[in-house]
Design a binder for this molecule. Structure first.
Ligand code: PMV
Length: 339
């Protein structure tokens, strides 16, 4: 157990923030600026409920080194880099800079393609900004959170969120904006977990490898705006079939792009394919569901509310499934307690 769990309870200046992971329906893959962590393409996501990151940030003395614990692991060496970078960006804006102690837990598997870095960096940015007394616009918070994880700005908001690629070199026009709140189109998401272990190829690593070696990368960049337009239009009219078609296309295109890099990146397991077949067959029979898969083997089936139970039961039949959880759409990151 991390030694500082006890001291945290007695610390006065501490902030607890909660954030949920988000799942992209129109995916981002690729960076237009590595140092600023700017995405090469825009993306459109849904923020989940039920799965959450709870992050406590406490102030330390100015000269004290940051301490970061995720779950039961005290981060050290390279692993602390992105967290410290976000802290440093916020410290630079603070009139009361200091060292920070962070403790964060997820109630779902970490680093396994379930967007824990998105919820993690959204909660971290919000909590650390408050602990450092930095008052920031939503856009400025997103700008900082993005430097921890490219998809973290989308978790600052709930419901349906679009993240613009932007064109400015400094990334100030790379925004995440809520298109609709969760209640607008109350979809359910059945998450089939096939492997809870952290993935071996991190997203950033995978993206850089892909943009360097995949012959399809140009086509990916050129076709993204069309997919975003299609998804926006589907959402405007709550057209589930249209949303299903463009989301599955975006998912398959992202994975095909990554598989075509050299050596090819494969995030799926045999069970992922089996689950994908199940979802496609159910939809062909009239069940309101579609699949999406991120940089890991887990499959997320996005469902109309009335279809979720049937999809959940069907995915439970896939041999080797470790866990199935059905969740809804949730709200944005928020501060729950500040003392
Ligand atoms: O947020 P990152 O940089 O770990 O990358 C997320 C990449 C995908 O989940 C595969 C796609 C997306 O848009 O969320």
């Amino acid at each position: 157990m991390p030694s500082f769990e006890q001291p945290l309870a007695h610390s006065s200046d501490k902030v607890l923030a909660v954030a949920h992971p988000n799942i992209a329906l129109v995916k981002y893959w690729g960076k237009r600026d590595v140092a600023l962590n700017l995405p090469a393409v825009g993306s459109l996501s849904i923020t989940l409920d039920t799965f959450e990151t709870r992050t406590t940030v406490a102030r330390l003395a100015l000269s004290t080194q940051d301490e970061i614990v995720i779950g039961k692991e005290l981060l050290q060496g390279d692993k602390i880099g992105r967290h410290r970078q976000v802290f440093d960006l916020l410290r630079a804006k603070s009139a009361r800079p200091c060292g920070l102690r962070l403790y964060s837990e997820n109630n779902f598997p970490t680093g396994a393609g379930l967007a824990s870095s998105a919820s993690g960096f959204a909660a971290l940015t919000l909590a650390a900004a408050r602990a450092l007394d930095v008052s920031m616009s939503h856009e400025a918070l997103a700008h900082v959170a993005r430097q921890g994880s490219g998809s973290a700005p989308r978790s600052l908001d709930g419901g349906f969120v679009e993240m613009a690629r932007g064109t400015r070199a400094d990334g100030t026009d790379c925004h995440a904006t809520q298109l609709y709140p969760a209640e607008y189109f109350p979809l359910r998401v059945v998450i089939a977990i096939f492997d809870e272990r952290p993935k071996s190829i991190l997203s950033t690593e995978g993206m850089l490898h892909t943009q360097k070696t995949s012959p399809f990368y140009g086509g990916w960049l050129a076709s993204q705006e069309r997919d975003l337009e299609e998804a926006r239009a589907a959402l405007r009219t709550r057209d589930f079939a249209r949303l299903a078609e463009v989301s599955e296309h975006s998912c398959l295109k992202m994975h095909a792009l990554a598989m075509a890099s050299r050596p090819g990146l494969r995030y799926w397991l045999a069970q992922t394919y089996a689950a994908l077949d199940t979802v496609v067959k159910l939809r062909a029979q009239g069940t309101g569901c579609f699949f999406t898969i991120d940089a890991g083997p887990q499959l997320k089936a996005v469902c109309l509310p009335e279809a979720a139970q049937q999809v959940h039961e069907a995915l439970m039949q896939i041999p080797g499934v470790k866990k199935i959880v059905t969740v809804g759409l949730g709200g944005g990151a928020r501060i729950v307690d500040a003392a």
